[in-house]
Each structure stands twice: as structure tokens, then as C-alpha cells.
Design a protein around this ligand. Structure first.
Ligand SMILES: Nc1ncnc2c1ncn2[C@@H]1O[C@H](COP(=O)(O)OP(=O)(O)O)[C@@H](O)[C@H]1O
Ligand SMILES: [Mg+2]
Length: 370
């Protein structure tokens, strides 16, 4: 396998928990990200999913250098970017851009669309000389399906989907190789979500992009991801090729998340088991010993409190495991076939597609400027 474009090893972000106003004393740490490993191949999309608060945005911010890791390594083409500074860091940052979650708050309301999309050129003037910028921004508007004549309008004149197109255009301005998209469609209407995902899919081919695509829901990343990683309390608990994760999830948390994904076919819905997790997600300031999922897991045994399960390839998938395409699951009992909690009957319709494919809706930008 070719060297991955991005390699993340042991990534950690702990925020100190302090007490006292004058003499701040550290009394603990919020373990927002607590040992994350993954690789991203060139041209690939890695979906990262998990409930709110599990550390997805913190990982994204570290990838684009908006947060400094407490520990760990982020290697871009083999070079650890967490150790770079100055010019070398700037060159790498140009190649890893972010698309933010909320297009309503992430665009400056007092700047025109042209200034928003062209802002990265202020930091990297070498990419577009001043005289060239307006044309470049208009090209970008066209590329994301917006009318280039809108260049002088303000964000409030656009719909949510259009604003996210503006955010994407801005992310593309420096022609990056990697885009980290942090829940890019979560704030949008369901009908618009598919349009934006389809746009990103098309841009990936057009611009040779690699994506880290974050979502809180497995159904959103299915269409666009080659591989999917599932996060729980600051760690990836299962990662693998998209078909492996959706059709043969081996971590109980993934199984529970998948059981909550809407099924369009009513018959399949009848046969499907819902796995209801008990309890709340523990606080990242107070992570359970051993397996961090054990307090909510119906498979948990004594061993789970004592031993931290590592991401490893379950035996049944080992033969076809090749590099990062392998299917890894951080569960001591990943090899057990049992998919539903013991008191429930065995699921029969697992082969049914768990989610409505998002690509059914046409990718048609709407030009409904208010
Ligand atoms: N700057 C910060 N200071 C302290 N805690 C933080 C900070 N940023 C995030 N957290 C905490 O880290 C955890 C992970 O947050 P985040 O990465 O935003 O999760 P997600 O994007 O998955 O919802 C949460 O418990 C959050 O409250
Ligand atoms: Mg987030």
C-alpha cells in the first residue's frame, strides 16, 4: 500500500480542569481525545462518527492545527506536523483545510462572500496574486454551484445549503489535498444535506481530495465514506471498510448506533431489533476503567473493567486485512457473533440496507436567494 497521506498516532487532547479563581489548581482533566489512531489514504474518505461530546471536533481542530495536541503524532506524508513551525507549518496547513459545522455562525456576517472565500489568499498570497483573486473566487462560486455574480452579497442573503457551499468554496481556495469536514451537513435540512454531500463527492474527484468527514450519524457518512471510524468517549472503538462496519459491526457500540439508523423499507423495519443503550455517556473527566464502553454494554464481563481493549483485527476478518483497510474493533468480545442483546431474538434482516441512500436526490443547487 502506498504511504498514507495522513497518519494519526496516539492523538490525545486533555483540557485541564481547574478550581479556584486566583490560585488555579488543576483537579483533573477533560479527556476530550484520549488516544486516537487512524490513517487516511490519498483520495480516500474516512467517515468519523460518534455521539455529541465524544471528541470529534477536537480531533478535527488538531488535524488543522487549531488546537495543539497534548500528545501524539499527526504525520502528513510521513512528516509529523505537530513538531513543525514557521514556514514549514504554513506550507502544510495550506494543504489541510477545514469545513465547519454551522454555516450560520462560521461565516462573518459583515464580510461579502467574495471576501470570505478569498480570505485565505491574504495568508497565502503566493497562491493568488491580488489581481487574480476576484476571478479565482468567481470560479470557486461556480464550482460549488453558486452564481458567480453573487460575489458582492452577504451571508444572510443565502440559504443554509448555499452558505455551506460558500464554506466549502473557502475550504477549496488554497487547493488543499485534505479537507476535514466537521459535521458539514448537521445544521442543514435533510433535503439539502444530500445536495451538499453530493457536491462534496463530486469535488473530491474534481480536485483529488482526501476527506475526513465527521458526522454524528452513521447514515450520513455511508454514501460518501470508503472507511468509517466510530468514536466513543475520546477513542475510536471500531474502524474499517464501510461495508464491514455496516454489514458486520463487531463493537457493541457500533451495533447499537446502527440499530438506531432509520430503515426505509417497512418490512425490514419490522424485523429489525433496536438496541437501546442504558445509562448516559460517562463524563470525559471521569472515564471508566478498562473498556470505556462497559458501563453501557450488555456484553460487559469482569475482564472489561480490568483490561483496556485495543483496536485489533477480529480473527474472522484477518485473512482479508490489508493495511488500514482492515476492520478493527476495540472489544474483548468482538469475535463473538452475537449481535443483539441476549434477551432479544436474533436479527434476520441484517442484509437490508440500514439507511436510505442519500444519493437519490438530485444534486441541483437551488438559487433561491432571498
Ligand atoms: N476548550 C475546551 N475546554 C474544555 N473542555 C472542552 C473544550 N473543548 C471541548 N471540550 C470537551 O471535550 C469533549 C469533546 O468535545 P468535542 O470534541 O466538541 O466533541 P464532539 O465534536 O464529538 O461533539 C466534550 O466533553 C467537551 O465538553
Ligand atoms: Mg463537534
Amino acid at each position: 500500500m502506498a504511504e498514507p497521506i495522513l497518519q494519526v498516532r496516539g492523538l490525545v487532547k486533555h483540557y485541564p480542569l481547574t478550581q479556584g479563581i486566583v490560585f488555579r489548581k488543576q483537579i483533573g482533566a477533560v479527556k476530550a481525545v484520549d488516544g486516537v489512531d487512524f490513517e487516511l489514504a490519498a483520495g480516500e474518505t474516512l467517515g468519523i462518527v460518534g455521539e455529541s461530546g465524544c471528541g470529534k471536533s477536537t480531533v478535527a481542530k488538531m488535524l488543522v492545527n487549531l488546537e495543539k495536541p497534548t500528545a501524539g503524532e499527526i504525520a502528513y506524508k510521513g512528516e509529523d506536523v505537530t513538531r513543525l513551525s514557521g514556514r514549514a507549518l504554513k506550507a502544510v496547513r495550506r494543504n489541510i483545510q477545514m469545513v465547519f459545522q454551522d454555516p450560520y455562525t462560521s461565516l462573518n456576517p459583515r464580510m461579502t462572500v467574495g471576501d470570505i472565500i478569498g480570505e485565505p489568499y491574504e495568508i497565502h498570497p503566493e497562491v493568488a496574486p491580488k489581481g487574480d483573486r476576484r476571478r479565482k473566487v468567481q470560479d470557486l462560486l461556480d464550482v460549488v454551484g453558486l452564481n458567480p455574480e453573487y460575489i458582492n452579497r452577504y451571508p444572510h442573503q443565502f440559504s443554509g445549503g448555499q452558505r455551506q457551499r460558500i464554506g466549502i468554496a473557502r475550504g477549496l481556495a488554497l487547493r488543499p489535498e485534505i479537507i476535514v469536514a466537521d459535521e458539514p451537513v448537521s445544521a442543514l435540512d435533510v433535503s439539502v444535506q444530500a445536495q451538499v454531500i453530493n457536491l462534496m463527492d463530486r469535488l473530491q474527484t474534481e480536485f483529488d481530495l482526501s476527506y475526513v468527514f465527521i458526522a454524528h450519524d452513521l447514515s450520513i457518512v455511508r454514501h460518501i465514506s470508503d472507511r468509517v471510524g466510530v468514536m466513543y468517549l475520546g477513542r475510536i472503538v471500531e474502524i474499517g471498510r464501510d461495508a464491514e462496519i455496516y454489514d458486520h459491526p463487531t463493537h457493541p457500540y457500533t451495533q447499537a448506533l446502527l440499530s438506531a439508523v432509520p430503515v426505509p423499507d417497512p418490512e425490514a423495519r419490522e424485523h429489525r431489533e433496536r438496541i437501546i443503550l442504558f445509562g448516559d455517556v460517562p463524563s470525559p473527566a471521569n472515564i471508566p476503567s478498562g473498556c470505556r464502553f462497559r458501563t453501557r454494554c450488555w456484553k460487559a464481563k469482569e475482564r472489561c473493567a480490568l483490561e483496556v481493549p485495543l483496536l485489533a483485527v477480529p480473527a474472522e476478518f484477518r485473512h482479508e486485512a490489508a493495511g488500514p483497510a482492515a476492520h478493527d474493533s476495540a472489544c474483548h468480545f468482538a469475535e463473538e457473533k452475537q449481535v443483539v442483546p441476549p434477551e432479544e431474538p436474533q436479527e434476520e434482516s441484517k442484509k437490508e440496507s440500514p439507511a436510505e441512500p442519500v444519493d437519490k436526490i438530485q444534486d441541483e443547487p437551488t438559487d433561491d436567494v432571498k
